[in-house]
Design a protein around this ligand. Sequence first.
Ligand SMILES: [Fe+2]
Length: 385
Amino acid sequence: MPKLETLGIKRLDSLHYYVHDIERVRSLFVDKMDFTEIGASGEAMNRRGKQRSVVFNAGEATFVFAEPMGVGGAAWRFLKKHPEGIGTLVFEVEDIHHAYKLLDERGATLMGEPESFENLGTNWTFSITTPFGDTTFRFVQRENPDGGFPDYVPHDEPRGGTNKFGFHEVDHITSNFLTMKPALLWMQHVMGFEEYWEVAFHTDDINQKNRVKHGSGLKSVVMWDPNSGIKFANNEPAPPNFRASQIHLFAEDHRGAGIQHTALTVPDIIGTVRQLRDAGVAFMPTPDTYYDMLPARLKTIGVNEIEEDIEVLRELEILVDGGANLEYMLQIFLQEQATQFKAAEAGPFFIEVIQRKGDRGFGAGNFRALFESIERQQVAAGRIS
Ligand SMILES: [Fe+2]
């Protein structure tokens, strides 16, 4: 396919997270992960949008949490169909009218024309629907980088945390589909994204010793926007045992396709995870056998040496993966929000923490480790056997 003209996306501006209770997610993002609360929706926005929003930031990562106020707002509509989750991704673009024109020509489903709003200058915004379930994409052009959203009110003094862990940016966004091809084609033909990386595996193939009876299969394709570098990992279930696949189980819990997790980069994952654990953050478990096999596995994938002590990684249950050229990455997955908050309606979305040490890819070992890890839990919960 010929390369499409770029939409001119500069960066992932923010993720809008629709929740029943802002205080509950604040307890994780601010009290434990040390995000800073930088602003909130104003009265006019609350009335018009029928929801209240609070903006939390760490480094380049910004989450807008929105809680319904009565019936009929965007958060209310999302939560009527799904548990809590990411309902909108916001992209800052260079030229909103040009992005709109390109999207219109390519058959995007436009939810309205670009509208201007005043906030530290004149800003513009419009939205489109997407194949990511009920998650919409919103585009914004800002005259001032701090222009925010319509009727958004920045706090005079930031509140809450100070980003002591140094969260830097959103590394990637991972979404699950029961069939991903329509979404991949849409990303390619409408958004102008390109394929970055692809893998298919079944956990039965790779962990004979500790495998669960059915295992879990998935296919995964990573797309990216070459202009901004934003990466989207996309998964669909694969046979055998299609319905036991983690992707299928996600779709049941989320009640459709949607965003499964967001990875945040940190400069010191060991220090970060140690403190997060001390603060009571729950992580997905990794078995001891993973670390017994780690030195051999690292050699196989071309990582002959890592700077970290494997015993420390074992203690904290941090995962390692990488590729050629002795480059690697360290990562860990928080428990899904439903488990984190012990509330089913908090949903299957979760946060990943990642430290990249040269490796810029998405090694299959990461995915396997994740899926094996979730699987073990679901076996323990009696959901699959
Ligand atoms: Fe990830």
